[in-house]
Design a protein around this ligand. Sequence first.
Ligand code: PAF
Length: 297
Amino acid sequence: MRRAAFQLKKPGMSQPEVLATVSALRQRIRQWRAAGGTVAIVPTMGALHAGHIALVKLARARCERVVVSIFVNPTQFGPTEDFARYPRSLEADLAAIASVGADAVFHPGEAEMYPPGFATTVTLGGPAAAGLEDKFRPTHFQGVATIVAKLLLQASPDAAVFGEKDFQQLAVIRQMVRDLDIPVDIVGAPTLREADGLALSSRNVYLDERQRKFAAHLNQSMQWAARRVRDGEDRLEAVREAAASICGAGFVIDYLELRDARTLAPALPGQAPGELRLLAAARMGRTRLIDNIAVDG
Ligand code: PAF
């Protein structure tokens, strides 16, 4: 049975309206537009943390109306990945969204987004084939791009906000929107970090106390390598030594690479630090963390 739009109420807190169907979402957005409002969407998979809340605030600053989507998208998880154990916390998410004042939450069920017979996906090139995440998660970006394309077509927003933490994802979405002429402004938001540099991520909850302590070495070693590149030291050596330090903290590295920040192609010798991005993915036990920083940051 299809769920209709409904309003969750909690004493003392104004909960956002929760919409479960595409038709309810479209109807609400039509009403907002008829009243003259611009609309931003913040696509998420829930398990919201302060990084997501910053995305919602940015969306709020750009548009009069904000909808946050919460959908753990099965097609972007590989068969051995953490889809089943991915953290789900709808009640806490709604409270967090209420505290920042989004207008609505789009929370569809799986059958709403992938009805029986669903057979279309977006095929990608360019930054999606950069040899970073795609090398280790070969079907991931096809799943991301397909669900993001659907969300953009369902909501027809003026702006859509994504975190820079998933830097390759942001590049893939920008490329898709450009190539398919989807009329939306893609807004990238800076990564939020813990005091020790660890990037905020829904997957950080998987880390035990000891792993959490060592996890900060990922960003700290990246910062060290970026500083050395900026100071004109040997780039290969800076990255190699940062990799050794990350491994020394207990990580198994998938990649640690200096790339062109715009195309994600491998950095060229002599390319200015301001054009470069250092990107990493590394596994601490069963938890896979990603991070990226501007080299001239
Ligand atoms: O970044 C995410 O949380 C997801 O990849 C997204 C963009 C919501 C698509 O499922």
